[in-house]
Design a protein around this ligand. Structure first.
Ligand SMILES: [Fe+2]
Ligand SMILES: [Fe+2]
Length: 193
């Protein structure tokens, strides 16, 4: 692998790019997600470079979360008409990073699909998906979240599956459609790839 892109190296240390659109509360959430990821990466004994990548994924996942979704949609280099407004910030951030020269595909996939999940996720994608949902600032069902956090990073696939289960159950209960990406992620985990 070539040298780490300066944007990724800066994000790993908590410095967001100057095109970030994230309000103060959002930045606090972003920092908590990144902190979880860094801790998990270290606990796994990953290469320091991978720990940086995990931390950067946390810092960058919501980097455009507070931008206008319509504007993000118009700026995208690929058509994503089918995606709802609250999901578009992921693909938009990955797209922007790619245009800035970032070529780390597992990291870009992690960021692009952090809301929906993806059957293409590497460990970094699974971990970001899980960290975003389990970070301690979320107020709903704190005990359930803490229990799952306690299983990390050792049982990454099991925890990811538990989180997807929760989200799909929520949609089904409300008779809502479950995105194909989410179901694809579920199937990958259920098959224990
Ligand atoms: Fe997000
Ligand atoms: Fe988030």
């Amino acid at each position: 692998m070539s040298d780490m892109h300066p944007l990724i190296a800066a994000a790993a240390r908590g410095t967001l790019p100057d095109w970030a659109v994230a309000r103060k509360k959002r930045r606090a959430h972003i920092a908590r997600v990144a902190e979880l990821l860094r801790g998990w990466g270290e606990a796994r004994g990953d290469d320091p470079r991978d720990v940086e990548r995990w931390s950067a994924a946390g810092y960058l996942h919501d980097v455009l979360r507070d931008a206008d979704p319509g504007e993000l949609r118009r700026g995208l280099s690929m058509p994503l008409d089918g995606l709802p407004d609250e999901v578009i910030h992921g693909p938009a951030a990955a797209d922007r990073l790619r245009r800035e020269g970032v070529t780390d595909e597992p990291l870009l996939t992690a960021i692009a699909f952090h809301t929906l999940g993806s059957s293409d996720f590497d460990d970094i994608g699974k971990a970001l998906y899980v960290a975003d949902f389990l970070e301690p600032g979320r107020r709903l069902q704190p005990k359930w979240r803490a229990k799952l956090r306690d299983q990390m990073p050792e049982r990454l696939d099991w925890v990811a599956q538990s989180v997807v289960e929760k989200r799909v159950q929520f949609l089904i209960k409300r008779k809502r459609a479950a995105p194909l990406e989410t179901l694809g992620f579920w199937n990958t985990l259920a098959k224990g790839r």
